[in-house]
Design a binder for this molecule. Structure first.
Ligand SMILES: [Zn+2]
Length: 301
């Protein structure tokens, strides 16, 4: 099930006035296709950081001057939780929503792992994820279309949190409705996106696409007997299966570094072959290496 996250920029407000100053974050996020959190004191987070690592980095970083004593401890623990949620909780294919004041709800699909943005300006010392913003601007989800409990759920004070239960379900339904309306008079691309949103477990769709792109159409088992099959699908795509090296059912992470593109033969060897355990170990190493090559330093930037 796709999850829905509120990601709120600090001091987000909408301003379309020429020359307006301040944190005009929502339009910037939408224009440039990302969402972001910024805790300027926290150093870059390595791509393979785990829960404990992120918490440690965050706890060791100083807090701003206005916090002292127990306030500082609380501020650090809130910051740590939000960074862990942003870094590890949100998955590719999840939905993120932001509120545009006076307009409604902007929503999109997360398309990347988190990455650190270096820069001198406060706002560019941020952690970002690429987002395909589907409902925004004039086609955002109007507040008036939402029930009171959902509007209340959007009023949380923290920067990153998961929306659950009826609020999440209602926002997903509104997003699908919005896209379906748009499909009637717009292009094929919008239709495809809406179909994808409605029918496919999107959480995996973007990740699968990434792995297939990475494979270049060839099986990623280094010992594969026939990495490129002599035919392709009707759509002209390589006949490959995206596999979780350590299966989800065995607590394998639903993350890119645990995913690999395999031809049907190698997939069968890994699932049913007598040497499957050995092969799984080899593929785990291979997946880690390919992943590190895609994201050197754990960063997309
Ligand atoms: Zn193969």
């Amino acid at each position: 099930m796709r999850r829905v996250w509120m990601v709120r920029g600090h001091n987000v407000k909408q301003s379309r006035e020429p020359g307006a100053k301040g944190m005009d974050l929502v339009p910037e996020w939408v224009r440039d296709g990302f969402c972001s959190v910024s805790f300027r004191e926290v150093p870059p987070i390595p791509g393979d950081a785990d829960h404990a690592g992120i918490t440690k980095l965050s706890q060791e970083a100083p807090t701003r001057k206005k916090y002292t004593g127990s306030g500082a401890v609380r501020a650090k623990s809130v910051r740590a939780r939000q960074l862990v949620d942003f870094w590890l909780g949100i998955q590719i294919g999840d939905v993120v929503v932001v509120t545009e004041s006076g307009r409604g709800i902007t929503a999109g699909i997360v398309e990347s792992l988190p990455y650190h943005v270096h820069g001198e300006a406060l706002r560019s010392k941020a952690r970002r994820r690429r987002v395909n913003w589907l409902a925004h601007g004039d086609s955002c989800i109007p507040r008036s279309a939402l029930t009171d409990p959902t509007v209340d759920a959007l009023k949380g004070r923290t920067t990153v949190y998961e929306l659950k239960g009826t609020a999440a379900a209602e926002l997903l339904r509104q997003l699908e409705d919005e896209l379906a309306d748009r499909d009637t008079d717009q292009n094929d691309d919008a239709v495809r996106r809406a179909e994808r949103l409605v029918n496919v477990p999107l959480r995996n769709a973007a990740a699968r696409k990434f792995i297939l792109d990475r494979s270049g159409g060839e099986c990623e088992n280094p010992r594969c007997a026939l990495p490129r099959l002599p035919d392709v699908t009707d759509a002209g795509l390589a006949i490959l299966e995206v596999d979780h090296v350590v299966p989800l059912g065995e607590d394998g992470p639903d993350r890119l570094e645990n995913m690999i593109a395999l031809c049907p033969n190698c997939h069968a060897l890994k699932t049913r072959g007598s040497e499957r355990k050995k092969l799984t170990k080899k593929l785990a190493k291979r997946a880690a290496k390919l992943h590190a090559r895609s994201f050197p330093g754990g960063s997309l930037s």
